[in-house]
Design a protein around this ligand. Structure first.
Ligand code: PPS
Ligand code: ADP
Length: 194
Protein backbone atom coordinates (compact mmCIF):
# COMPACT_ATOMS: atom_id res chain seq x y z
CA UNK A 1 0.00 0.00 0.00
CA UNK A 2 1.25 3.48 -0.86
CA UNK A 3 1.49 5.89 2.09
CA UNK A 4 1.55 9.57 1.26
CA UNK A 5 3.07 12.04 3.68
CA UNK A 6 0.48 13.70 5.93
CA UNK A 7 -0.60 17.07 4.60
CA UNK A 8 -0.39 19.75 7.28
CA UNK A 9 -2.84 22.64 7.58
CA UNK A 10 -2.27 25.86 9.52
CA UNK A 11 -5.49 25.92 11.54
CA UNK A 12 -5.13 23.27 14.21
CA UNK A 13 -6.80 21.85 17.35
CA UNK A 14 -5.44 24.60 19.55
CA UNK A 15 -6.78 27.35 17.29
CA UNK A 16 -10.21 25.77 17.22
CA UNK A 17 -10.20 25.29 21.00
CA UNK A 18 -9.49 29.03 21.43
CA UNK A 19 -12.55 29.91 19.34
CA UNK A 20 -14.73 27.32 21.07
CA UNK A 21 -13.48 28.35 24.53
CA UNK A 22 -13.08 24.70 25.51
CA UNK A 23 -10.90 21.75 24.65
CA UNK A 24 -12.15 18.70 22.75
CA UNK A 25 -12.26 15.13 24.01
CA UNK A 26 -13.99 11.79 23.56
CA UNK A 27 -16.27 10.38 26.26
CA UNK A 28 -16.65 6.72 25.33
CA UNK A 29 -19.51 4.76 26.95
CA UNK A 30 -19.14 0.98 26.98
CA UNK A 31 -21.56 -1.58 28.40
CA UNK A 32 -24.11 -4.25 27.63
CA UNK A 33 -27.20 -3.60 25.53
CA UNK A 34 -29.75 -2.00 27.86
CA UNK A 35 -27.11 -1.09 30.45
CA UNK A 36 -27.95 2.63 30.19
CA UNK A 37 -25.32 4.01 27.77
CA UNK A 38 -27.73 6.06 25.61
CA UNK A 39 -29.78 7.28 28.57
CA UNK A 40 -26.72 8.67 30.35
CA UNK A 41 -25.07 9.89 27.13
CA UNK A 42 -28.23 11.81 26.20
CA UNK A 43 -28.49 13.48 29.59
CA UNK A 44 -24.77 14.32 29.56
CA UNK A 45 -25.08 15.98 26.13
CA UNK A 46 -28.06 18.04 27.34
CA UNK A 47 -26.06 19.29 30.35
CA UNK A 48 -22.98 20.12 28.24
CA UNK A 49 -25.21 21.92 25.73
CA UNK A 50 -26.56 24.11 28.55
CA UNK A 51 -22.94 25.04 29.32
CA UNK A 52 -22.39 26.17 25.70
CA UNK A 53 -20.07 23.25 24.99
CA UNK A 54 -19.96 22.02 21.39
CA UNK A 55 -20.87 18.34 21.37
CA UNK A 56 -21.73 15.52 19.02
CA UNK A 57 -23.02 12.08 19.97
CA UNK A 58 -22.13 8.94 18.04
CA UNK A 59 -24.45 6.03 18.83
CA UNK A 60 -23.98 2.42 17.73
CA UNK A 61 -27.60 1.94 16.67
CA UNK A 62 -27.52 5.17 14.63
CA UNK A 63 -24.15 4.69 12.90
CA UNK A 64 -25.19 1.19 11.92
CA UNK A 65 -27.98 2.79 9.82
CA UNK A 66 -25.51 4.74 7.68
CA UNK A 67 -21.71 4.71 7.79
CA UNK A 68 -21.62 1.18 9.23
CA UNK A 69 -24.70 -0.32 7.58
CA UNK A 70 -22.60 -3.00 5.87
CA UNK A 71 -21.53 -4.45 9.23
CA UNK A 72 -23.11 -7.15 11.40
CA UNK A 73 -22.21 -8.47 14.88
CA UNK A 74 -19.39 -10.94 14.26
CA UNK A 75 -16.21 -10.12 16.16
CA UNK A 76 -14.60 -8.92 12.93
CA UNK A 77 -17.51 -6.61 12.06
CA UNK A 78 -17.73 -5.17 15.58
CA UNK A 79 -14.01 -4.36 15.44
CA UNK A 80 -14.45 -2.61 12.08
CA UNK A 81 -17.56 -0.79 13.36
CA UNK A 82 -15.56 0.55 16.30
CA UNK A 83 -12.42 1.32 14.30
CA UNK A 84 -14.41 3.47 11.86
CA UNK A 85 -16.22 5.15 14.74
CA UNK A 86 -12.94 5.95 16.47
CA UNK A 87 -11.61 7.50 13.25
CA UNK A 88 -14.76 9.63 12.99
CA UNK A 89 -14.38 10.61 16.66
CA UNK A 90 -10.79 11.63 15.94
CA UNK A 91 -11.93 13.92 13.12
CA UNK A 92 -14.60 15.45 15.36
CA UNK A 93 -11.98 15.99 18.08
CA UNK A 94 -9.85 17.74 15.48
CA UNK A 95 -12.88 19.86 14.67
CA UNK A 96 -12.99 20.91 18.34
CA UNK A 97 -15.96 18.95 19.63
CA UNK A 98 -16.62 17.11 22.85
CA UNK A 99 -17.57 13.77 21.32
CA UNK A 100 -19.84 11.37 23.17
CA UNK A 101 -19.93 7.77 21.95
CA UNK A 102 -22.28 5.01 23.10
CA UNK A 103 -21.23 1.59 21.83
CA UNK A 104 -21.26 -1.85 23.44
CA UNK A 105 -17.56 -2.10 22.47
CA UNK A 106 -17.14 -5.49 24.14
CA UNK A 107 -13.39 -6.17 23.83
CA UNK A 108 -10.50 -4.76 25.86
CA UNK A 109 -8.24 -4.82 22.81
CA UNK A 110 -10.56 -2.69 20.69
CA UNK A 111 -11.03 -0.17 23.54
CA UNK A 112 -7.22 0.09 23.72
CA UNK A 113 -7.14 0.61 19.94
CA UNK A 114 -9.78 3.37 20.17
CA UNK A 115 -7.71 5.11 22.83
CA UNK A 116 -4.63 4.86 20.61
CA UNK A 117 -6.51 6.24 17.57
CA UNK A 118 -7.79 9.38 19.33
CA UNK A 119 -4.81 9.79 21.69
CA UNK A 120 -4.87 8.81 25.36
CA UNK A 121 -5.03 12.47 26.52
CA UNK A 122 -8.36 12.88 24.78
CA UNK A 123 -9.97 9.58 25.82
CA UNK A 124 -12.34 9.17 28.75
CA UNK A 125 -13.79 5.69 29.20
CA UNK A 126 -17.10 5.32 31.02
CA UNK A 127 -18.08 1.76 31.91
CA UNK A 128 -21.83 1.54 32.37
CA UNK A 129 -21.86 -1.45 34.65
CA UNK A 130 -25.26 -3.11 34.85
CA UNK A 131 -25.54 -6.85 35.54
CA UNK A 132 -26.64 -8.96 32.58
CA UNK A 133 -29.71 -10.21 34.50
CA UNK A 134 -30.88 -6.61 34.97
CA UNK A 135 -30.33 -5.70 31.29
CA UNK A 136 -32.21 -8.83 30.33
CA UNK A 137 -35.03 -8.00 32.71
CA UNK A 138 -35.26 -4.46 31.28
CA UNK A 139 -35.16 -5.84 27.71
CA UNK A 140 -36.39 -2.50 26.38
CA UNK A 141 -36.03 -3.54 22.74
CA UNK A 142 -37.04 -7.20 23.17
CA UNK A 143 -33.63 -8.28 21.85
CA UNK A 144 -32.62 -10.50 24.81
CA UNK A 145 -35.79 -12.55 24.31
CA UNK A 146 -34.90 -13.00 20.64
CA UNK A 147 -31.29 -13.84 21.55
CA UNK A 148 -32.44 -16.51 24.04
CA UNK A 149 -34.74 -18.07 21.45
CA UNK A 150 -31.91 -18.10 18.89
CA UNK A 151 -33.67 -15.66 16.55
CA UNK A 152 -30.71 -13.25 16.96
CA UNK A 153 -27.20 -14.72 16.78
CA UNK A 154 -23.99 -13.37 18.37
CA UNK A 155 -25.87 -11.36 20.97
CA UNK A 156 -23.63 -9.69 23.56
CA UNK A 157 -23.88 -11.33 26.96
CA UNK A 158 -25.83 -14.32 25.61
CA UNK A 159 -23.97 -15.73 22.63
CA UNK A 160 -21.12 -13.25 22.25
CA UNK A 161 -18.70 -12.08 24.97
CA UNK A 162 -18.47 -8.82 26.91
CA UNK A 163 -15.11 -8.23 28.58
CA UNK A 164 -15.43 -5.90 31.55
CA UNK A 165 -13.09 -2.89 31.14
CA UNK A 166 -9.86 -3.24 33.12
CA UNK A 167 -9.31 0.39 34.10
CA UNK A 168 -12.16 2.64 32.99
CA UNK A 169 -11.83 6.34 33.81
CA UNK A 170 -15.27 6.21 35.42
CA UNK A 171 -17.51 3.30 36.36
CA UNK A 172 -21.25 3.80 36.74
CA UNK A 173 -23.21 1.18 38.62
CA UNK A 174 -26.73 1.87 37.45
CA UNK A 175 -28.28 -0.17 40.25
CA UNK A 176 -26.82 2.32 42.73
CA UNK A 177 -26.59 5.55 40.71
CA UNK A 178 -29.30 7.45 38.90
CA UNK A 179 -28.56 8.87 35.41
CA UNK A 180 -28.37 12.34 37.05
CA UNK A 181 -25.75 11.12 39.54
CA UNK A 182 -23.79 9.47 36.75
CA UNK A 183 -23.78 12.70 34.72
CA UNK A 184 -22.73 14.74 37.72
CA UNK A 185 -19.75 12.41 38.23
CA UNK A 186 -18.70 12.82 34.59
CA UNK A 187 -19.14 16.62 34.69
CA UNK A 188 -16.90 16.83 37.77
CA UNK A 189 -14.16 14.99 35.91
CA UNK A 190 -14.61 17.23 32.85
CA UNK A 191 -14.22 20.42 34.91
CA UNK A 192 -10.42 20.01 34.87
CA UNK A 193 -10.26 18.71 31.30
CA UNK A 194 -12.23 21.12 29.11
N1 PPS B 1 -26.18 -9.42 18.12
C1 PPS B 1 -26.24 -8.23 18.73
N2 PPS B 1 -25.43 -7.97 19.79
C2 PPS B 1 -25.50 -6.76 20.39
N3 PPS B 1 -26.33 -5.74 20.00
C3 PPS B 1 -27.14 -5.96 18.93
C4 PPS B 1 -27.14 -7.20 18.27
N4 PPS B 1 -28.05 -7.15 17.25
C5 PPS B 1 -28.59 -5.93 17.28
N5 PPS B 1 -28.05 -5.19 18.31
C6 PPS B 1 -28.35 -3.77 18.52
O1 PPS B 1 -27.16 -3.08 18.15
C7 PPS B 1 -26.74 -2.19 19.17
C8 PPS B 1 -25.24 -2.36 19.47
O2 PPS B 1 -24.45 -1.87 18.44
P1 PPS B 1 -22.96 -1.42 18.72
O3 PPS B 1 -22.49 -0.81 17.45
O4 PPS B 1 -22.94 -0.56 19.94
O5 PPS B 1 -22.21 -2.79 19.03
S1 PPS B 1 -20.64 -3.08 19.04
O6 PPS B 1 -19.99 -2.00 19.79
O7 PPS B 1 -20.17 -3.13 17.65
O8 PPS B 1 -20.46 -4.39 19.72
C9 PPS B 1 -27.53 -2.54 20.42
O9 PPS B 1 -27.91 -1.27 20.94
P2 PPS B 1 -27.85 -0.90 22.49
O10 PPS B 1 -28.98 -1.69 23.10
O11 PPS B 1 -28.13 0.58 22.49
O12 PPS B 1 -26.50 -1.24 23.06
C10 PPS B 1 -28.70 -3.36 19.93
O13 PPS B 1 -29.84 -2.56 19.83
N1 ADP C 1 -29.46 4.35 36.73
C1 ADP C 1 -29.78 4.20 35.43
N2 ADP C 1 -28.98 4.69 34.46
C2 ADP C 1 -29.32 4.52 33.14
N3 ADP C 1 -30.43 3.90 32.71
C3 ADP C 1 -31.27 3.38 33.65
C4 ADP C 1 -30.98 3.51 35.03
N4 ADP C 1 -31.96 2.91 35.73
C5 ADP C 1 -32.84 2.43 34.82
N5 ADP C 1 -32.44 2.73 33.55
C6 ADP C 1 -33.21 2.37 32.35
O1 ADP C 1 -32.47 1.37 31.64
C7 ADP C 1 -32.70 1.51 30.23
C8 ADP C 1 -31.35 1.65 29.54
O2 ADP C 1 -31.54 1.73 28.16
P1 ADP C 1 -30.51 2.45 27.19
O3 ADP C 1 -30.05 3.74 27.76
O4 ADP C 1 -31.13 2.47 25.83
O5 ADP C 1 -29.28 1.40 27.24
P2 ADP C 1 -28.15 1.12 26.15
O6 ADP C 1 -27.97 2.39 25.37
O7 ADP C 1 -26.95 0.77 26.98
O8 ADP C 1 -28.65 0.00 25.31
C9 ADP C 1 -33.59 2.74 30.04
O9 ADP C 1 -34.93 2.32 29.91
C10 ADP C 1 -33.39 3.51 31.35
O10 ADP C 1 -34.51 4.29 31.70
Amino acid sequence: MKHNKKQNYSVNRLGRALINKHKPCLIWFTGLSGSGKSTIANLLEKELHKKQIHTYTLDGDNLRRGLNKDLLFTKEDRIENLRRTAEVAKLFIDAGLVVIAAFISPYNKIREDIKAIVGSDYYIEVFVNTPLEVCEQRDIKGLYKKARSGEIKNFTGISSPFENPISPTIEIKTLKETPEEAVSKILTLLENKL
